[in-house]
Design a protein around this ligand. Structure first.
Ligand code: AMP
Length: 172
């Protein structure tokens, strides 16, 4: 785990001043560490009858796709507005300044389906909370867990996701 944490690169003041961006590119680029993370998640969800892994744009897609493949599950995209070509459901949520929206295709999930939702970083939790609302309000699917590669514990994102099982591979 320490070797894994050390491979995450801190980029100060990106994309704006005051933010320390957790760059996962070195992790993705390392054949051993990338495989380790995906295998670790595979082990966690094997036998849990997962139908779909939902990834949040954009870095969440990388882990959603690899994990879905490893589990023999389907992969679903939650995207920023205007990117998905078919009919969508939408959920708008508050940011520090303004709002943002996430979208999903209307036929993406099935009734009674068991779902893992994944993103690279849990920061304030707003994006995941909106994604969970988007799924719960529009589909009769069960969210088995929300998973993250990195959790920034000092931002207390878990407080926004209290009614949901959460898992993070590493904490900072
Ligand atoms: P939040 O909604 O605040 O939990 O932010 C989560 C989203 O923003 C995730 O999709 C992350 O990719 C991205 N994000 C937020 N903060 C950071 C950070 N410090 N480093 C890298 N990505 C971040």
């Amino acid at each position: 785990m320490e070797a894994l944490k050390q491979i995450i690169r801190d980029i100060p003041d990106f994309p704006k001043k005051g933010i320390i961006f957790k760059d996962i590119a070195p992790l993705l680029g390392d054949p051993v560490q990338f495989t380790t993370v995906v295998d670790h998640l595979k082990e966690r969800y094997t036998g849990k009858k997962i139908d779909h892994v939902v990834g949040i744009e954009a870095r969440g897609f990388i882990f959603a796709a690899t994990l879905a493949y490893a589990l023999g599950a389907g992969c679903v995209m939650v995207r920023k507005p205007g990117k998905l070509p078919y009919k969508t459901f939408q959920q708008t949520y508050d940011l520090e300044y303004g709002t943002d929206t996430v979208e999903i295709h209307q036929d993406a999930l099935k009734e009674g389906g068991r779902v893992v939702v994944i993103d690279d970083v849990l920061a304030t939790g707003g994006t995941m909370a909106a994604t969970v609302d988007l799924i719960r309000e529009n589909f009769k699917a069960e969210i088995v867990e929300a998973a993250f590669i990195i959790e920034l514990t000092f931002l207390n994102g878990r407080d926004k996701l209290k009614d949901l099982p959460l898992y993070s591979v590493m904490e900072f």
